[in-house]
Design a protein. Sequence first.
Length: 314
Amino acid sequence: MRSFLLKRLPSGLLVLVLASFLVFLILRLIPGDPATSLAGPDAGPEAVAAIRDRLGLDQPVLTQYGSWLGDLLTGNLGPSYAIGGQISDLIGNGLGATAQLTLGALLLVIVIAVPLGVLGATTRRRPVAAAVRAFTTTVLAVPPFVTGVLLVLLFAVTLGLLPAGGHESLLDQPDLAVQYLLLPAVCLALPSAAVLARYLQDGLERALAEDYVRTATALGVSRRRIVWQHALPNALPSAVTVLGLQIGQLIAGAVLVERIFAWPGLGQLIEQGVIRRDYPVVQDLLLLIVAVHVAVQLLTDLVYAWLDPRIRWE
């Protein structure tokens, strides 16, 4: 397993380097000048030039890129241009809330997808199978911002069961934190749960069509044992790969969901950085998201190799 991981690390590092350059370059291609935005509409050329010099924006792009990488490697993220404060403090304040939302949504993805996938693949009742497929299709078709509004209208406004927005730490007040977490986590989890349920259902259907299943059935092995001890383990590797991809979707979707439910995470920080043209904040956050994607994919490959030893042998 160690050699398998060592083979994957170089490609992950290469992705991070290429992503850092693309993020840095794309932000510089956006029309407008952040120095002018910071100086204000009434500032003269001297004031704008002074701000540009202080921020290093008058240096060549490659020089700015090298300085940024050097700061990242030393852990010195520096100050924010427009939002104010140290970038490390800003990211640290929002990271816990985003991690809480993402992990809660991931738990719901597994809790929703596994029963739906197994039920859709094993049920012999056509109405039940049709209901499962209709649910997953509907969830995939409706955008998260529409789902979020509907959840708020139903559970917060009409029924008054859950708060419409806000945040509380799980470490401070767990019961209240769960109430704040439930609606945004459900909104974030539903599309990924539908995708995972579809893939798990297809994998189970293929596994149940194999010869060993027919042989086990002929020998009198119970249907439940065939599904949980034989078919499901064979369908898990591909489902794990899909789950790894969906974790990336959860992180990206958290930006929108946090806006809907006033969740004080990294999504709101990215929004502020983009609106105020705060280059250091945006590029550090985007690279952090890419790094999390790479780490999740490496972990997914390890779990896949653990479930299927043939991957390690290859």
